[in-house]
Design a protein. Structure first.
Length: 175
């Protein structure tokens, strides 16, 4: 099913806004077009979850999140983006990487999708400027999701998906 008309009304550095008209004259939608992103639940061998705390202008608060970034390198794979973002944001290097799934962040408003990964990581360098790296024990990170202290959706979903896989015997190994 496609709209009968679509008009681009804004194009920014990252996003585009389209106004779509559908067959039903009362059905007009504003849709934010997004390039998509990769996000990684990064864990050390001793089950420390590696997160970043950063200020998010849209919600005007510092959020605790898994490393993530948009697909902005031409020809880069989803896995390549995941590996790059972990290293840039945390200073850790991905040792192994496994797909957790894909989420659509707000399908009533945007086509943004985020590919989620689980990675085993090891220290490799320094994070990019402005990134506060936070390491938490697995159980503490899971508790922060259940308590609502981690409210970033991609982070909460990745942690809960990893927990569900843990219960069914799936591990972080693989590539």
């Amino acid at each position: 099913m496609l709209p009968v008309a679509s008009e681009e009304v804004f194009r920014g550095r990252l996003l585009r806004l389209d106004v779509e008209r559908w067959a039903d004259p009362d059905r007009i939608r504003e849709v934010v077009r997004h390039p998509g992103a990769a996000a990684v639940l990064a864990m050390t061998r001793d089950r420390q979850v590696v997160l970043v705390r950063q200020f998010r202008e849209a919600v005007r608060e510092r959020m605790l999140e898994i490393p993530a970034g948009i697909y902005d390198e031409p020809g880069e794979t989803t896995e390549g983006t995941a590996r790059r973002e972990v290293e840039e944001e945390t200073g850790y290097r991905v040792v192994s990487l496994r797909t957790l799934g894909r989420i659509h962040t707000t399908p009533g408003l945007t086509d943004e999708r985020i590919d989620l990964f689980l990675a085993e990581v090891e220290p490799a360098g320094k994070p990019e400027d402005g990134m506060e790296v936070v390491e938490l024990p697995w159980d503490e990170a899971l508790a922060l999701v259940h308590e609502g202290e981690i409210s970033d959706a991609k982070t909460a979903v990745a942690i809960l998906l990893a927990r569900a896989r843990q219960e069914t015997g799936t591990t972080a190994g693989g590539s």
